[in-house]
Design a protein around this ligand. Structure first.
Ligand code: ADP
Ligand code: MG
Length: 222
């Protein structure tokens, strides 16, 4: 599902440089990424999702070289292939929770908003415990509720690849386990691969493999 080779990336005007010589993720695989804050975990997810483009190296997702796509193609590819739960949720406050969950259908011509999609949004919201809050806007939701909206949005399109950036970070222990169940359940139902950044070490045994990010960190010398 993911194949990264000789990747380097640097934000302009910073000394931080991410180097990933090799990383791959099989279809159906569930991998957790751990590592210190600032080690580049979010940066790697953004590179895989094509939100950032690498300075060097190749990133293949589901057989497509993401870096070779135009901006529009990349956005469409992302919306139809990847479900991304962002660390900061990235919800739009002028939309209700329901509209946020269904947002991928607004922006992607390849995705058609069917009644099944609407039902799926509803069912996901109920599973996440926000079924009664779908008409509220993000500013009227708690952090944990906003996080659940972001999770539902990532899952509603039944993506082949689920990227999750500390998606259980703002939840109480019971909700954490339940939301992770949901993410795993959706991943197996859709036959999706699942790559998750997490600080919850008690959740690690549930993943097939754990990647410690400390090894990728390199400060550039210049
Ligand atoms: P993590 O997710 O592991 O905490 P990040 O990938 O967010 O780490 O950040 C890696 C490094 O890149 C940090 O030093 C951070 O300050 C820097 N960084 C992140 N985003 C930007 C940006 N947009 N511009 C410049 N530097 C950034
Ligand atoms: Mg991060």
């Amino acid at each position: 599902m993911i194949n990264v080779q000789n990747l380097t990336f640097r934000y302009s005007a910073t000394s931080f440089q991410l180097r990933v010589p090799e990383f791959s993720l099989d279809d159906n695989e569930r991998v957790a990424i751990v590592g210190p804050s600032g080690s580049g975990k979010t940066t790697l997810l953004n590179l895989i999702a094509g939100i950032l483009t690498p300075d060097e190296g190749a990133i293949d997702v589901d057989g497509t070289n993401v870096s070779a796509l135009s901006d529009v193609q990349r956005r469409r590819f992302r919306a139809s292939t990847i479900g991304f739960v962002f660390q900061d949720f990235a919800l739009l406050d002028y939309l209700s929770a329901r509209q946020n969950i269904l947002y991928p259908y607004r922006i992607t011509p390849a995705l058609t908003l069917t009644s099944e999609a609407r039902e799926r949004a509803e069912a996901l919201a109920v599973s996440c415990g926000i079924g009664d809050k779908l008409d509220r806007h993000p500013s009227a939701l708690s952090q944990g509720e906003q996080q659940r909206v972001a999770i539902c949005r990532a899952l509603v399109t039944q993506p082949k690849l689920i990227l999750s950036d500390e998606a259980t970070g703002n939840l109480d222990p019971d909700s954490k386990a339940r939301i992770l169940d949901l993410l795993f359940e959706q991943a197996s139902e859709a036959g999706a691969a699942f790559l998750a950044v997490t600080h919850d070490h008690e959740l690690l045994p549930r993943f097939g493999r754990v990647l410690d990010f400390a090894q990728f960190r390199q400060e550039a010398t210049a």
